[in-house]
Design a protein. Sequence first.
Length: 134
Amino acid sequence: IDGDPTKQAAGEVHSRIRWLYGLQKDESDLAAHDCAVKALELLPDDVELINDAALYHLYRGEWKEGRVYLLRAEKAAPRDWIIQHNIARASAELGDKADALKRLQAIIKAAPGTDDAKAAEKSIKSLGLQPEKK
């Protein structure tokens, strides 16, 4: 086998999890979450798996539970803009709009002109996080 077999297996698991979430059914979402959590036993710092586990809670509006996973992912990959964006959304939903705005503005500053920055700008508007005027 070429390359790291554990990473190859993780790639397969990610594909299955994405497929399960794509079915958009409660039971397949739960199966996706269970797969992610089980895979995290082998690869506890895999950012994509951590995000996969968080998505289940975010889809269900369980912002606090999802945010716990996302903060774990942030420790492993602090400059992952998808993770930062998801943390910002969870923070906004939990009422911490200052944290959400700070994270989204950091994405815009660090990655100007990218799709990530454009998504962050859109989220600032859609979540009603307009910065205070000085």
